[in-house]
Each structure stands twice: as structure tokens, then as C-alpha cells.
Ligand binder design. Structure first.
Ligand code: PBG
Ligand code: ZN
Length: 325
């Protein structure tokens, strides 16, 4: 006589059984490594709170990339960092923009062996650090979109295969698609930051990109973290505007939104495992409260399990270096 005939534990008894039944499997082919490229010559500055992640000059970046490619990194996201900040964010699309400069070199060196995604946003280029232009004290949607469009086209001209608008202005995905097509860049994809929340997990990034807003906050354009249905509206709109992929950001505190996207759209769903999530994992590991490799794999597996097909994560390099799995 046993206590129960129903024993889910039978399916967990041995590694051979567990491996058969694992529902979520993923590979590093679905991960994108972000980089911060500055126009400051010779710079290689580790980001406070993000051990292993640097703000680096084009030369330093290209040297490091060589190593990363040997390691197996094939998909990268580029963010620009500069002191050339102005009211009109003109450096966002200037020939001297460090992202534009390195992209040309990357495409020369690696051709189609590397997939280059580039951030499209104004916060690193405006003197006030907001993601759009400020007109009469307000972040002005319709004055900002043409600048974002110009930036996206300049990046595509330089050779990026994907642009990733992270600004959250209304209508920018459709405007960027029109402009890319008009410029002959029909094969350049748009990875839209569709549901980007006004999050407290972006702290280390703002340090990295020197892009913290000088006044106010980003709540007039990024989403309120109390809202779920609003993410569905953003999804409908980015779908109508012909985004190729839709992204949820941050990732770990927003698994419900990722799961909703997976159900509601046939477009590929991406998630951004952001700087604060990276910093949190690093802190737990550094204090000896978790095994870093196991923690990182658990975090990323949870994001995939929720429904993401692609994850942007600062952990990619160390996953490859250490063979975490
Ligand atoms: C800015 C931007 C941010 C991130 C990506 N693009 C920060 C912000 O909105 O303030 C965050 C990435 C991260 O935290 O890793 N458009
Ligand atoms: Zn921004």
C-alpha cells in the first residue's frame, strides 16, 4: 500500500530521464551581445556595476571584437557614447558617430559572418539626455521622429543589418520602415523596442552610455510598469507599422508581457536582459550567494520559457568563455 499512485517524481529520478523531458532548450545562437563604443580615443573604461562590460574607443572595441568572434560571438548590438551632445542631436547621424565608423570597419572585416544591430535613440546625443528632442520643455514626438529616421538611415548606409529603435516615440517604426525602403535598404530589419518600460533596472546602462536625463524622467514616453494591456496596444501598433521583431524590456520582471507577446503575435519576440538584471546577478555571485553560471543559465532559460526567441544579454561573452550550460 503506497501513499499515492501519482508520482511526478518518477520523471525526475535520473539525468537520463530529465534530459528527455526538458521543455526549454536554447543555444547561444539566440543571444545578442551589446557593446558601448565611444569616440574618446584610447578609452577602455569598465562600467560601474557591470564587471566585464566596457565603454571603449573604436580601436579597443575592434580589437576586443576580434577575440569575441574567435570565442563564437556572431550577433552584436552597438550603442554610441559621445560628448558631442546638442539640442538637435545631430551627432546621432554624423559620419564621425563612433557606431557609424566602427560599423563600416566591421562590415569590411567580417562581411556576412557577423550580424550587426544598432541602437536608434537620441538620449546619448541630446544635451539633456532625453530620448527625443525637447521643444518648449516637452519631449516632442513629431520633431523627434525625423531625427530618428535620419539616424536609422545613416546606420543602414554604414552597413548595419538591423536597426533597433529604443526611443518609444509614437509612429517611428513605420517612419523608419518607409525611409529605409526609400533609401533602398529593403533588407535592413527593424527590431522594435515595442514594450519598453520606465524601469529602475537601467541604472548601469545610463552610466555606460552617459545618457541619464538631466531633468525629469522618461515616464512620458516609456511605459508604466503597472500596465499590461497597454503593451498589447504597443504590439498592435508596431505590427501595423511593420516591425520585423518585437521586443519586451526589461526581461525578468516582465515575463508576463513576454508570454503575452508570444501568444498574440506571429512575429519573432525578443527580450532585453538589461544592465540592472546583469548587475544583480553579478552582485549575488560576487557575494557568494549564487553560482554565477547556474544563476545566469536559470535567468536566461526563464526568459526563453516565457516565450522569447531572442535575448539581448551582457552575459553572452562569459557564457561562451566559461562554457556555462
Ligand atoms: C536608451 C536605452 C536604455 C537602454 C537601452 N536603450 C536606457 C534608458 O531607456 O534609459 C537600457 C539597456 C540596459 O539597461 O541594459 N534608449
Ligand atoms: Zn534613449
Amino acid at each position: 500500500m503506497s501513499y499515492t499512485r501519482k508520482r511526478p517524481r518518477r520523471s525526475r529520478t535520473s539525468p537520463l530521464v530529465r534530459e528527455m523531458l526538458a521543455e526549454t532548450r536554447w543555444s547561444t545562437d539566440s543571444l545578442i551581445q551589446p557593446y558601448f563604443v565611444t569616440d574618446k580615443p584610447g578609452a577602455k573604461i569598465e562600467i560601474p556595476g557591470m564587471p566585464g562590460i566596457f565603454r571603449e574607443s573604436p580601436d579597443e572595441f575592434l580589437a576586443g571584437l576580434e577575440e569575441d568572434v574567435k570565442l563564437g560571438i556572431r550577433r552584436i548590438m552597438l550603442f554610441g557614447v559621445t560628448e558631442h551632445k546638442s539640442e538637435d542631436a545631430a551627432f546621432a547621424y554624423a559620419g564621425k558617430n563612433p557606431v557609424i565608423e566602427v560599423t563600416k570597419e566591421i562590415r569590411k572585416r567580417y562581411g556576412d559572418d557577423l550580424l550587426v544591430f544598432a541602437d536608434v535613440c537620441l538620449c546619448a546625443y541630446t544635451d539633456h539626455g532625453h530620448c527625443g528632442l525637447v521643444i518648449d520643455g516637452q519631449i516632442d514626438n513629431d520633431q523627434s521622429v525625423p531625427v530618428l529616421v535620419r539616424m536609422a538611415v545613416a546606420l543602414a548606409d554604414a552597413g548595419v543589418q538591423w536597426v533597433a529603435p529604443s526611443d518609444m516615440m509614437d509612429g517611428r517604426v513605420g517612419a523608419i520602415r518607409d525611409a529605409l525602403d526609400d533609401a533602398g535598404h529593403v533588407d535592413v530589419g527593424i527590431l522594435a523596442y515595442t514594450a519598453k518600460y520606465a524601469s529602475n533596472y537601467y541604472g548601469p546602462f545610463r552610466e555606460a552610455a552617459e545618457s541619464a536625463p538631466q531633468f525629469g524622467d522618461r515616464r512620458s514616453y516609456q511605459m508604466d510598469f503597472r500596465n499590461r494591456r497597454e503593451a498589447h496596444l504597443e504590439l498592435e501598433l508596431d505590427d501595423l507599422e511593420d516591425a520585423d521583431w518585437v521586443m519586451v524590456k526589461p526581461a525578468l520582471p516582465y515575463l508576463d508581457i513576454i508570454a503575452d507577446f508570444r501568444e498574440r503575435t506571429s512575429l519573432p519576440v525578443a527580450a532585453y536582459n538589461v544592465s540592472g538584471e546583469y548587475a544583480a546577478a553579478k552582485l549575488l555571485a560576487r557575494e557568494g550567494f549564487a553560482d554565477e553560471g547556474l544563476l545566469v543559465i536559470e535567468n536566461l532559460t526563464a526568459i526563453f520559457r516565457a516565450g522569447a526567441q531572442v535575448i539581448l544579454t551582457y552575459h553572452l561573452r562569459e557564457i561562451l568563455q566559461n562554457g556555462w550550460r
